[in-house]
Design a protein around this ligand. Structure first.
Ligand SMILES: [Zn+2]
Length: 446
């Protein structure tokens, strides 16, 4: 072999599109340029031999991250969020359009976002735009500016500056998106159903659960499915919690409706029965439901009804979590797990006999496809050399103060998790937390 690479990684278990294989990976100019049997003898300036307990994975792609900068940077910012991502084996994040001020609902606001990332990107960053009342005419311009798709709510979003769409408006917006094959991500809980549900005041988790019934999700998802069917547009159901909705999603997919679905680590790893009263770190919307519901979500993943697993990392400051009073009614709803997602899901998966390659497909390949990031999601010749050295049988205890995201709040404190991220490589270079090297990702160009 005369060719010389910038980096060669060698290991007995390299995750390729044909599963784990003994391989050498040759990287040049940030891309995988060779993927050959172990023993081929590729050479490079930097060579890395995996330890016997390590595997090589493609970097994870997390398409559901609320960075909140600019405007609510005290909740989370690009510096801290992308550090957490890198430490957790996530090499690409896609930022949600809300909770920052301004929300990403215009090209001007997108520009503010981009500026906010400068000098702070430890991993690659893409953006979702926001679809809110009054900005339908902005969507095309945002699409042309390079956002990867749009997010809307079907009920109050939790922040005043990001309004929600009624189902008829959703349909109207879907028709607009269909003209340029745009993607609409939907927070699918029905506002009428939530308004009529009992209020969630107080510290009892059961009462909070009753305030966000499955029926609210089911109703909203039915709307999303039918409006996608009528318009031919692409729609994506965010953070599915209600397993009741799985059969109708499966039917819609069989019918050819262009619908995809995600769920999140907390719905797969946690259960309502185990949430202590007053433990508002577990509050998120839709809520973590019962253990039986969780089992059905796993089944939905395994049978392909659910496409992917992303974190919905949505932190806030400690005061907004009402940690002192434990009042679920007014506590901020959001679970921060960007750094822990892979280990959380892997820990749960292995007890269910679900192989690691399947977990990685849900957390890397599928989210990359959802966001149209053709360069990402697998280790393959021609793709970005975003790589993670992972020790699946190693374990660690979650210490909140050791996490990189801005506020040391986590639903996983003191849990022992399987799977340690030992090294994260972005475009062929080890992530160095003193030297942010992440790029911006734009639709059609990444
Ligand atoms: Zn979210």
């Amino acid at each position: 072999m005369t060719e010389r690479y910038d980096l060669v990684v060698r290991g007995e278990r390299v995750l390729t599109t044909a599963g784990f294989q003994p391989r050498e990976v040759g990287v040049r100019d940030g891309r995988v340029e060779a993927l050959v049997p172990l023993g081929s003898g590729l050479s490079a300036d930097r060579e890395l031999d995996l330890a016997p307990d390590e595997v090589l994975l493609p970097g994870l792609v997390d398409t559901h991250v609320h960075v909140n900068e600019p405007g609510r940077t005290e909740w989370e910012g690009f510096e801290t969020a992308t550090r957490a991502a890198a430490r957790g084996g996530v090499t690409t994040i896609v930022d949600m359009p809300l909770n920052s001020i301004p929300p990403t609902t215009s090209v001007e606001a997108l520009q503010r976002k981009v500026e906010a990332t400068e000098g702070k990107r430890h991993v690659d960053v893409g953006f979702w735009g926001g679809a809110v009342p009054g900005n339908k005419d902005e969507l095309r311009a945002l699409h042309d500016a390079g956002v990867l798709g749009f997010k809307c709510f079907l009920l109050h979003s939790g922040v005043e500056e990001f309004g929600h769409l009624e189902p008829d408006e959703l349909e109207d917006y879907l028709r607009e998106l269909a003209t340029f094959d745009g993607l609409m991500l939907v927070h699918a809980e029905d506002s009428r159903a939530i308004d009529r549900a009992p209020h969630a005041e107080g510290d009892r988790y059961e009462r909070f659960l009753g305030s966000r019934p499955r029926g609210a999700e089911n109703l909203a998802i039915a709307e999303v499915i039918e409006r996608a069917r009528w318009t031919g547009a692409r729609a994506h159901v965010l953070h599915l919690s209600s397993s009741d909705a799985l059969p109708m999603i499966a039917t819609a997919k069989r019918d050819g409706v262009r619908i995809t679905v995600e769920t999140c680590p907390h719905y797969l790893a946690l259960a309502a029965e185990d949430v202590p009263d007053g433990a508002t770190v577990f509050k998120c919307c839709p809520p973590i439901r019962e253990a039986g519901n969780r089992d059905l979500l796993w089944q939905g993943l395994l049978d392909g009804t659910i496409d992917c697993v992303v974190t919905d990392h949505s932190p806030s400051t400690p005061d907004l979590k009402n940690l002192d009073t434990g009042d679920f009614g007014t506590a901020w709803g959001g679970v921060a797990s960007l750094q822990l997602g892979l280990s959380v899901v892997w820990t749960a998966a292995r007890t269910r006999g679900v192989p690691l390659e399947q977990v990685v497909r849900w957390m890397s390949e599928r989210p990359a496809a959802l966001a149209g990031l053709r360069d990402k999601g697998t280790i393959a010749v021609g793709r970005a050399a975003d790589l993670v050295v992972f020790a699946p049988d190693d374990a660690f205890v979650v210490r909140p103060e050791e996490l990189e995201h801005r506020n040391a709040i986590t639903a996983y404190a003191d849990r022992t998790l399987s799977g340690v991220v030992r090294r994260t490589v972005l475009a062929g270079v080890d992530v160095d937390l003193d030297q942010p090297a992440g790029r911006l990702l734009w639709r059609g160009r990444s």
